[in-house]
Design a binder for this molecule. Structure first.
Ligand code: EPU
Length: 337
């Protein structure tokens, strides 16, 4: 374990932004993490997982701790279910594939989401009708100030749409070291409610899909819409889909009769931000090396040398334009640092 000064973070963020950490250390296990936290108590710290949900607009004037503990274990099982624990540093998609290879079902719709296992509960990752909270059993996390481990069960986590307690009242207080999922061993609950999956399976001539086939369909859909961060820097959806009062939606609808919505409650609807951004004319636009993806307007991309500030300016320009056109605020989903 070695603290590296002035480390480039380019390889540690999927936007591929060149920014530097004042100091950097990668930890491989719980003991190492406890040691680093103890030795550096009182210092400014920055916890880094897979770097797939952040935009670096400046150098980080802190000790960056990269959580890199690997390992997947079956914790327990009964006739129907298996509890699988993934350590925080495992790459999420590799974890999903491992589970599918063992015929453990429940997270196949979440294939190919960038990032590491440890980050998945923080923003309750979701795609194609499934969220992590649906199979989440518990996670183990270390309290930064005391280095005590604590287990969080589903009911402790306050999961919401791209939300959890780890983004709320416990922000910067705990470091997640592993996550346990309760998955099905058989009787898989195939969820193709999200239209695009059914259409993709049909294209593949599949009627009774296995979890592997659902995963393959999701991979195909994602690859057709979302840029591969290894080829084009990005952080997935840059904005959240706004949830607004029906009155706000109705007001926007007066001028824009086609505006789509999904019901959330009796008083709230969710509006697809991708649609708003596309209507505002940004889809596929490029400003220097910062741009808006041509196939999914919710995704901002780095064509190579964009700085985080340049991407953030484009994001703010989009927010302003959408607000002026539709009277709707769209909020960043990524952490802007
Ligand atoms: N749309 C457009 N133009 C676009 C993009 C979207 O008009 O350029 C409209 C369409 O009406 C479409 C609707 O938005 O029917 C929904 O689009 P899509 O199915 O692509 O999903 P999304 O709402 O844009 C969300 C998640 C994605 C997830 C997909 C699929 C958020 C912020 N994003 O996107 O998650 O993969 O659903 O379930 O909720 C991520 O969080 O990084 C991410 C990629």
């Amino acid at each position: 374990m070695e603290i590296i000064p002035n480390q480039s973070l380019k390889a540690y963020n999927t936007f591929g932004i060149e920014a530097r950490a004042k100091a950097f250390i990668a930890i491989q296990n719980e003991t190492e993490l406890a040691e680093v936290l103890k030795d550096n108590s009182g210092k400014k710290l920055f916890i880094l997982g897979g770097g797939s949900n952040m935009l670096l607009t400046q150098d980080i004037d802190a000790l960056v701790i990269h959580i890199n503990n690997k390992g997947i274990t079956v914790v327990k099982e009964d006739d129907e279910f298996v509890w699988v624990k993934g350590n925080a540093g495992e790459v999420w998609h590799e974890f999903v594939l491992w589970c599918i290879d063992h015929n453990f079902g429940g997270i196949e719709n979440l294939s190919l989401i960038p990032g590491n296992v440890g980050a998945t509960p923080v923003q309750n990752i979701g795609a194609y009708g499934v969220e992590i909270k649906d199979t989440f059993d518990s996670c183990e996390a270390m309290e930064i100030t005391t280095q005590q481990m604590r287990t969080f069960h589903k009911e402790d986590c306050q999961f919401g749409y791209r939300e959890s307690i780890f983004k709320g009242e416990l922000k910067n207080k705990y470091i997640i070291l592993s996550v346990t999922f309760k998955l099905r061993k058989s009787n898989h609950q195939i969820n193709t409610s999200y239209g695009a999956i059914d259409a993709e399976l049909e294209k593949m001539n599949i009627t009774n899909p296995t979890i592997k086939e659902v995963s393959n369909a999701v991979i195909a859909i994602r690859q057709s819409k979302l840029p591969n961060p290894k080829e084009l820097g990005n952080s997935g959806s840059f904005f959240k889909n706004p949830v607004v009062p029906i009155s706000v939606y109705e007001k926007a609808k007066e001028k824009h009769p086609d505006i789509p919505s999904y019901p959330v409650s009796e008083t709230l609807v969710k509006v697809p931000a991708g649609w708003l951004i596309e209507q505002a004319g940004f889809k596929g636009k490029r400003f220097g090396d910062a741009g808006i993806h041509s196939k999914q307007a919710l995704v901002l991309v780095n064509y190579g040398q964009a700085t985080g500030s340049e991407i953030w300016s484009v994001a703010q320009h989009i927010q302003q334009t959408v607000k002026e056109m539709f009277g709707i605020d769209i909020e960043a989903e990524v952490n802007v640092i």
